[in-house]
Design a protein around this ligand. Sequence first.
Ligand SMILES: C[S@@+](CC[C@H](N)C(=O)[O-])C[C@H]1O[C@@H](n2cnc3c(N)ncnc32)[C@H](O)[C@@H]1O
Length: 178
Amino acid sequence: MGCGAGNLARALDDAGFRILAIDPEAPRGRIFRRTTLEELDEAEPYDAAVASYSLHHIANVDAALDKIAGLLTPRGSLVIEEFGWDRVDRRTAEWYGRKQGEPSVESVLEAWRIEHEGLHGYDAMRPAFDAHFAEVFFEWRPYLYRCLERDELEDSEREAIARGKIRAVGFRYVGLRR
Ligand SMILES: C[S@@+](CC[C@H](N)C(=O)[O-])C[C@H]1O[C@@H](n2cnc3c(N)ncnc32)[C@H](O)[C@@H]1O
C-alpha cells in the first residue's frame, strides 16, 4: 500500500508473489491499481500487507490499519518500514546538521519540524499498530542517511545509534492480525 514508483512491488512480483500494489500515483501495469487505501474496493484476503514509508501520510492511521486487517487472512501479517520524525532530539539533530554542514541545531530542528508538520510521528502511529496487530518483530534502524540521500552514511548512523549518541529514527515492524 502506497507503492510509489513500484520498485518493491515489481521485485515481489518477480520473486513469484501474487501481488496488488496500490497508490493514487501508482504506475500503469498488471500488478498496480491507482487508488487510495481508503477507496480500495477489494474483498480478496491477502496473506500480507506491506507499507513502506506510506503510513505516516495516511490521514487516519487507525482506520487504515483496521481496513488492512480486514483485507488479510486470519493471522495475516503487516510489514511496515517507516520512520518516526518525532524521534529527532537535540543530539540527533546535531549529528544530522553536522552531516549537512549546518552548525545551528536550532535551524536543523526548525527545518525538520516544518518539513514534517502534519505527518504522523511514531507516537501517533504506534497505538494503531497495537490495536489491530500483535507485534512479532520490531527494530529501530538508521533513517537519516536516506533523507540525506547518502547511503555511505548508513553504517556511521547505525554506529552512532548503537553507542547511544543519537536516537534511531527509522524502524521496521511486523505484526500478525489480531
Ligand atoms: C514516501 S512515498 C513512499 C513510496 C514507496 N512505498 C517507497 O518506499 O519508496 C509515500 C507514498 O504513499 C502514497 N500514499 C499517500 N496516501 C495514501 C493513501 N491514502 N493510500 C495509498 N497510498 C497513499 C503516496 O502517493 C506516495 O506514493
